[in-house]
Design a protein around this ligand. Structure first.
Ligand code: GDP
Ligand code: ZN
Length: 309
């Protein structure tokens, strides 16, 4: 006899109902019963894409009765002033950040803010530099410089042309078997790249806007797409630029691995690495061991932090 309780993964949420992919592959529309709370945070949505849930199967869809503990989750404040947060995705293995040196320009500040946020969430990030077919000589040189900076810190970097199908196989390999959140500015080629990785999966067409929740908020809900090679992609405009967790000033340096690595050598234990004598970070920047663009991003985050509190 078929059990009434089954496990599955939430692949889409609109806030009032959820699409769950059951372990047997079946897709079930679900509602929730009861109140789900996470210690310490107030959220607008109790169940998020990526959540492993227990579903009670009924005649008209299912009811989510239990959420398994999350390995991690990405949240975003509902508004800058609000104490409520919105969980964008749960149980993420890695983030794929798609960037372009040009067409459009992705600033290093944007990249570094994203990377620091992902560090804070403990989500490994891979950087794909797309549209290499469009780069002139100067942009090619910038690409080389940026890849060297990020590889030295430990980030995996790939140079790709989605339209020419260059480097796409490597991206596919990296996504294989993992739950990956897709990020990057609008226009950098995320949809094009994913459609190359997984032909037939048209992200834009697949992201049907929900008639029940028309308006801006719909776009913050994520959707998970399975990959034939195993694993899945989580996509939503909200996740695409999930950047900037609310960090304490003194924490920011922890999320720049190469800055954190030398901060232990600073003369003062509470060094902010901005002006202090005997600052090992400033010395490393001077010596070219910490890149100037990364340091500038660190400073910009320091300056930003606390503005919205
Ligand atoms: P998204 O907003 O990040 O999903 O970006 P899209 O996938 O919609 O791509 C934006 C535009 O860039 C489209 O016109 C694509 O055809 C183009 N594009 C995407 N990847 C490449 C690439 O590798 N090279 C070139 N030349 N154009 C690309
Ligand atoms: Zn210092």
């Amino acid at each position: 006899m078929k059990s009434l309780m089954q496990k599955g993964i939430v692949v889409k949420s609109t806030g009032s109902w959820y699409i769950v992919r059951m372990d047997n592959g079946e897709i079930v529309e679900c509602r929730i019963r009861g109140r789900f709370r996470i210690e310490g945070i107030r959220t607008t949505n109790p169940v998020a894409v990526g959540d492993c849930v227990v579903v009670e199967m009924g005649t008209e869809g299912g009811v989510i009765t239990e959420i398994e503990p999350r390995k991690n989750y990405i949240i975003r404040k509902s508004t800058n002033l609000s104490k409520e947060s919105h969980i964008l995705a749960a149980n993420v293995d890695q983030a794929l950040l798609v960037v372009t040196v040009n067409h459009p320009v992705t600033s290093t500040v944007f990249i570094d803010r994203f990377l620091a946020s992902a560090e804070a969430y403990n989500i490994p990030t891979l950087i794909v530099f797309n549209k290499v077919d469009l780069y002139d000589e100067e942009e090619q040189a910038m690409l080389g410089g940026l890849m060297a900076i990020y590889r030295k810190i430990g980030y995996t970097c790939l140079a790709v042309s989605a339209v020419r199908d260059e480097g796409v196989d490597e991206v596919r390999k990296i996504l294989n078997g993992k739950v990956t959140v897709l990020s990057g500015l609008s226009g950098v080629g995320k949809s094009t790249l994913i459609n190359r990785v997984e032909p037939g999966l048209d992200l834009k067409t697949a992201m049907i806007s929900d008639a029940h929740d028309s308006g801006k908020h719909t776009t913050t809900f994520a959707e998970m797409f399975p990959l034939t090679g195993g694993g899945s992609i989580i996509d939503t405009p909200g996740v695409r630029s999930f950047g900037v967790v609310d960090m304490k000033k003194e924490e920011i340096s922890h999320f720049f691995p190469e800055i954190f690595a030398c901060a232990g050598e600073c003369r003062f234990y509470n060094c902010t690495h901005t002006h202090e004598p005997g600052c090992a970070v400033l010395e490393a920047v001077e010596a070219g061991e910490v890149s100037e663009s990364r340091y500038a991003s660190y400073l910009s985050m320091l300056e930003e932090s606390g503005k919205y509190r």
